[in-house]
Ligand binder design. Sequence first.
Ligand code: G3I
Length: 329
Amino acid sequence: MGVLGVVTALASTTPAGAAASTLGAAAAQSGRYFGTAIAAGHMNDSTYVATWDREFNAVTPENEMKWDATEPNRGQFTFGGADQIVSHAQSHGMKIRGHTLVWHAQIPSWLNNLSTSDLRTAMVNHINGVMGHYKGKIYAWDVVNEAFADGGSVGSLRSSIWTQKLGNGFIEEAFRAARAADPNAKLCYNDYNIDDANANKTRGVYNMVKDFKARGVPIDCVGLQSHFGNPPSNYQQNIAQFAALGVDVQITELDVGGSGSTQADAYRRVVEACTAVPRCAGITVWGITDKYSWRSGDTPLLFDGNFNKKAAYTSVLNALNAATPNPTP
Ligand code: G3I
């Protein structure tokens, strides 16, 4: 083998380019993003913001775009905290995920006493108000969040004001309204416990996406929240089965309870599962530091309470750097 042959042989076994040293840059090498949830209330913590800016190229407001924050009184929209996050993200060239438009939780009490037709009007008005305010700025919206029931039969929805007053068709109505409100945003259905390829809850969401695609109801992505103890062994198969329906898959709220090498290994398996599937578009962790996590007792994030990188951080970075470049999903 001549010198050229040796060089070619080496090149074919070495990932293109040098290893990146931050999560966002490493994810970008395979055409993906790596984001974090951000809380506006912590943006006065300079280490928090510096870590966000250095490591992440996408963001999801943790609470600031929810209904109780954006429309606390009927028809009166407030975007203070969300605007703070969005303008910071825009000035740093980050992708922004909108979370979330129609959910049963964190909704204002005025929604509870409306008639069916009034609630329908309020839902569409909310979608128009929030998506309209951010039109053209949002990469993907979690249009409907957590509508499926836990532990039920395949396809059963959680009982909520939405199902009680609008019926099961509220999901489709929300997606149609969302497409009209911002035709350039990707529209996602987002849920937890839909990570196991064979679970009843997963099968229900799978059937809904398949049905939406068949009938031309607009949907572009499925968000796997992925709040883990341990990722299921068929997680990659699950990502692949949703992708095969013609939607992107986004890991939207990743966190893994634990510590040390066990936690690092679980995180590695999640990243490898995503990067093995071309339509797995990116990963968002549900916060930067264990200190501010919604489940801080589980120490589930990539940075400890002092913003030190954990073993899980290194395994995620290495797995992102090892990914084969994919065409941008
Ligand atoms: O803003 C008020 C503050 O004024 C008040 O003093 C304080 C006292 O409790 O509460 C503050 O609101 C809290 C809010 O977070 C902002 O910090 C709520 O009590 C608290 O319930 C809320 O928790 C959020 C939770 O969603 C609510 O459902 C978490 O931060 C947020 O991480 C979590 O995120 C959800 C996703 O949206 C959907 N998937 C599951 C995920 C984890 O539960």
